[in-house]
Write a protein that binds this ligand. Structure first.
Ligand SMILES: *Cc1c(COP(=O)(O)O)cnc(C)c1O
Length: 346
């Protein structure tokens, strides 16, 4: 039997140490009521909110390879970063707990949103339950100082800390989404589904980079649209995506994806990272009420808002199915309680 393209992605990932902590493959299923309500292309959803690890999300796949590297390097503990309501921080805390690593989390509070629940509930509550040590700091400069202090202390104690970047987004973390590309292609083949577009929220870019590198390695025609939920500087974000795609392709020894495939949509960021928008609120409600699927206020709600607008404005071919990558984040709903509650069904 000839080997399939997905097998070749498996072969490319074979050399890298991995902790198989995810619940994989995640489901790929249609969204029939949402598709019908919109009257555009058939919409499907890839449920990476169901990856396991303390309510799931896209960081699980990255952490399989990052924790694999931490173990291979003989680390005594891990340290990572995020905003106070970071899903990445929560999933890192869960992965560390499951694998027996002490975990330090450096969390910044400089997000332009406040309500009482944002300060104490959602991901932050879960970080504490999962046993991570929290270091809450005002901004990135203070986070860098905190990291130096932790590394110095570990060094004095003869211990080695493995540093996981924000969002788990370096080339090693992106391998998790090279893997997802192979998984998705195998599922599409089994279902005889030929999507034209794959839509994902994008922030620290490991998800989008891994998908682009994996799909290009498999010669897939699926176009990836990353919906910017983070950066107010699109030019920097585009450059960072180019760099991470190149580093990830180099790590696995494949050709980098062409520049015209690196597409980021910048119109749905609203007031900035973690700042709610009207379009996000409507998208979260619409998908909850039509499909019983929970999105999140920081990432997937804004990405879905882009998709709803693109379909309503006829910007996507009605013939080609669209896959929405659900990257997780539902604990964030509880941190935005004031903004999301009190909208009864009409
Ligand atoms: C981190 C995150 C993203 C963005 O993924 P990146 O790889 O950082 O671009 C999207 N959705 C959710 C729910 C996340 O937690």
């Amino acid at each position: 039997m000839s080997s399939t393209r997905e097998d070749s992605i498996d072969a490319l990932l074979e050399p890298f140490p991995r902790e198989t902590i995810g619940h994989l493959p995640t489901p790929l299923h249609p969204l029939p009521r949402l598709s019908e309500a919109l009257g555009g292309p058939p919409l499907w959803i890839k449920r990476d909110d169901c990856t396991g690890l303390a309510t799931g999300g896209n960081k699980t796949r990255k952490l399989e390879y990052l924790m694999g590297a931490a173990r291979a390097e003989g680390a005594d503990g891990v340290v990572s970063f995020g905003a106070l309501q970071s899903n990445h921080a929560r999933q890192t805390a869960a992965a560390a707990a499951a694998l027996g690593f002490p975990c330090d989390l450096i969390l910044v509070t400089n997000v332009n949103y406040r309500e009482p629940a944002w300060e104490v509930s959602g991901n932050r509550l879960l970080d504490e339950l999962l046993g991570a040590k929290l270091h809450i700091v005002p901004d990135e400069a203070a986070a860098a100082g905190c990291l130096q202090t932790l590394l110095g202390g570990a060094n004095d104690a003869g211990k080695q800390l493995y540093v996981i970047p924000t969002g788990g987004s370096n080339a090693i973390g992106a391998l998790g989404y090279v893997n997802c590309a192979g998984e998705l292609l195998a599922q599409c083949e089994a279902l005889e589904l030929r999507p034209g577009t794959l839509v994902s929220a994008t922030s620290s870019l490991g998800t989008q980079s891994g998908l682009l590198v994996g799909l290009h390695a498999a010669r897939s025609p699926i176009q990836v649209r990353g919906i910017n939920t983070y950066s107010a500087h699109p030019a920097n974000q585009a450059e960072a995506l180019r760099r991470l795609c190149d580093e990830t392709a180099e790590l696995i020894g494949t050709e980098p994806p062409p520049s015209d495939s690196l597409r980021i949509e910048n119109d749905f960021l609203g007031g900035g990272y973690g700042v709610p928008s009207e379009a996000m609120q409507r998208a979260v409600e619409e998908v909850a009420r039509l499909e019983g699927v929970l999105l999140d206020p920081v990432y997937t709600g804004k990405a879905m808002a882009w998709l709803l607008a693109a379909v309503r404005e006829d910007r996507l071919s009605p013939e080609e199915p669209v896959v929405f990558l659900h990257t997780g984040g539902s604990p964030g709903l509880f941190a935005y309680q004031q903004c999301l509650s009190g909208h009864p069904a009409p």
